[in-house]
Design a protein around this ligand. Sequence first.
Ligand SMILES: Nc1ccn([C@@H]2O[C@H](COP(=O)(O)OP(=O)(O)OP(=O)(O)O)[C@@H](O)[C@H]2O)c(=O)n1
Ligand SMILES: C[C@](O)(CO)[C@H](O)COP(=O)(O)O
Length: 245
Amino acid sequence: MSFSEPRIFAIVPAGGVGARAGTGQPKQYRLLCGQPMLRLAVCALLADARIRQVRVAVAADDPHAEGALRDLPRTTCRPCGGPTRAHTVLGALHDALNDCDGALLPTDWVLVHDAARPGLPADALARLIDACLRHDLGGLLAEPVADTVKRATPQQHAGEPVRVMQSVSREALWLAQTPQMFRAGALLAALEAALADDSAAITDEASAMERAGHQPLLVAGSLLNRKVTWPEDFDIMERLLGPRA
Ligand SMILES: Nc1ccn([C@@H]2O[C@H](COP(=O)(O)OP(=O)(O)OP(=O)(O)O)[C@@H](O)[C@H]2O)c(=O)n1
Ligand SMILES: C[C@](O)(CO)[C@H](O)COP(=O)(O)O
């Protein structure tokens, strides 16, 4: 049995366009408190010294990444962007596992973290890493649902009002955040199988692991770790980051 230190890496998928955010450029490059959102998300990961390297996966023709990440330690940028978030993560895993530096081994841990979550607090990140290492199971940050949950009726026509079809019990429901932490080899196999099956349903790493029969750990996240998705999220996030950035 080996008692060597666990090796922990991070992948930041940053190959999206930010269509819902309504910005002219990919949202990960919008400035928040004077810094690109992507840089803030990477810095949040670098705050934990246990993360050996952060690998940022961007679109092949991305002209902004190098400037946004300039001078950050332990950070590399790779042209691995794919058509969906899951394809980008899979591309980044292949890239890291095939890296001639031998950067990533199948047994290494990988944390996958959205470029669109710049507010990840250090204590939440440490909680996730500690829990996954302690149980030797992968897991994710998440928040229990606090509001009443409604399922909407299907819309027959554009412009039709959206109505409630039914209320859904919130008991045992959690909202998934990132980072999500798994062993690189297991995550690669799970993503490959899941994407071959139904790529639309794979909106996070845990979904792929669940399909492969695993039960990822749910670790308490933070409301500060919200995802910047809609136009109004930039102002909200700037206010949340204000005292820290
Ligand atoms: N093909 C894609 C799509 C998304 N992402 C990344 O996945 C994260 C979460 O995705 P999301 O918030 O949906 O970002 P976008 O896809 O850019 O936004 P939208 O869906 O509104 O276009 C972001 O860091 C985004 O850059 C990615 O790497 N590759
Ligand atoms: C991974 C994620 O942030 C967990 O909540 C989320 O699923 C990303 O979803 P999106 O469709 O890429 O916005």
